[in-house]
Design a protein around this ligand. Structure first.
Ligand SMILES: C[S@@+](CC[C@H](N)C(=O)[O-])C[C@H]1O[C@@H](n2cnc3c(N)ncnc32)[C@H](O)[C@@H]1O
Length: 306
């Protein structure tokens, strides 16, 4: 989907300039404005800032929930010492490092290995055995992958479910995509902190991640080749037509407006082959499942009708 330019937000009518009235005007109440008259459209500083960011790097902040995004942007700009949003826009348009730091801040990269463990247990026991039965290949997409914890967790579970027979056989391809270039670079390293691993089941963690003396966990060679990462803006890329058996898009759409979220879900469903599964975050929902051809299969998990 190509990001549409954000419509300027209506703001309350500014005070009208005074006009000369007949002396008797006090006795003749002014006609009320027509009921459907639209207030003049005025671009506020945040809207102008969003337009500028879109011009600089293509990311359309106007598609995210405004209240949260605006608060994050203003707080960060202030912390960086900018006098106002116009000054900060000027700065990120000339300072590539500042732009990266800014995007890092506004894209919220929180993640962890085995995040929401119940979801992973369900995948391990139901969806993955079904998709990978009889040595079938699996293509999966972690959409909004952050630093890769989700993609590596999935890789570990796929290896586990495939069992010894699958070790050299069934092809498993997991693609992680994120809009944040720096976070994608980090994902490629496959290194996670002790805190990232706090909910990981110990046996699987040890089997697929190597501990290092500083408490970090590095993805082992058994799962590394299964994952690859790309920089991609979910709001701008076209659907990957029926390319995947499984799409995970968790904790990413919560920042989008409802319309943008629904359009993105539709795009993700188009990217699933019939019979494939879409997994969303445990605080999220898909509206219009029937219209999208989805059947609820498990909590926060939908199957695309075959
Ligand atoms: C909270 S993280 C979720 C990570 C992982 N899915 C999980 O549940 O642990 C949300 C990620 O979505 C990414 N994101 C936000 N807007 C995006 C967009 N338009 N396209 C792609 N990724 C986006 C952010 O950069 C961030 O890394």
């Amino acid at each position: 989907m190509t990001a549409e330019p954000r419509a300027p937000l209506p703001v309350p009518s500014p005070v009208q300039p005074s006009v000369r009235r007949p002396l008797s005007s006090a006795a003749v109440p002014a006609a009320p404005p027509p009921r459907h008259a639209r207030p003049p459209l005025v671009r506020d500083d945040f809207t102008i800032f969003c337009d500028g960011v879109r011009r600089i790097c293509g990311i359309d902040l106007g598609q995210y929930k405004r209240q949260q995004m605006e608060r994050r942007v203003r707080t960060f700009a202030e912390r960086q010492g900018a006098a106002d949003l116009a000054a900060y826009l000027q700065r990120i348009s000339t300072d590539a490092e500042e732009l990266e730091a800014f995007l890092d801040r506004v894209t919220i990269n929180v993640s962890q290995l085995w995040r929401n463990p119940d979801q992973w247990t369900r995948l391990e026991r139901t969806v993955l055995p079904e998709l990978m039965g009889e040595g079938r290949a699996l293509k999966a997409w972690s959409a909004g992958c952050s630093y890769g914890a989700e993609a590596y967790t999935l890789a570990a579970l796929c290896r586990h479910v495939a069992g010894p027979a699958g070790a050299g056989g069934a092809r498993i391809e997991i693609t992680g995509t994120d809009v944040d270039r720096r976070i994608v670079e980090r994902a490629r390293h496959g290194v996670f902190t002790a805190d990232d691993a706090r909910d990981a089941p110990s046996a699987l963690l040890q089997r697929f991640f190597e501990p290092s003396p500083d408490g970090a966990w590095c993805a082992r060679s058994a799962i590394r080749p299964l994952v690859r990462f790309e920089v991609a803006d979910l709001l701008r890329i076209p659907p990957r037509h029926e390319a995947y058996d499984l799409v995970l898009c968790r904790n990413t759409v919560i920042y989008f407006t409802d319309e943008v979220r629904d359009a993105l879900h539709a795009k993700l469903v188009q990217s699933l082959r019939p019979g494939g599964y879409l997994v969303i975050g445990s605080t999220e929902r898909v509206t219009n499942t029937t219209g999208l051809g989805l059947v609820p299969a498990y909590p926060f998990t939908y199957r695309k009708a075959a």
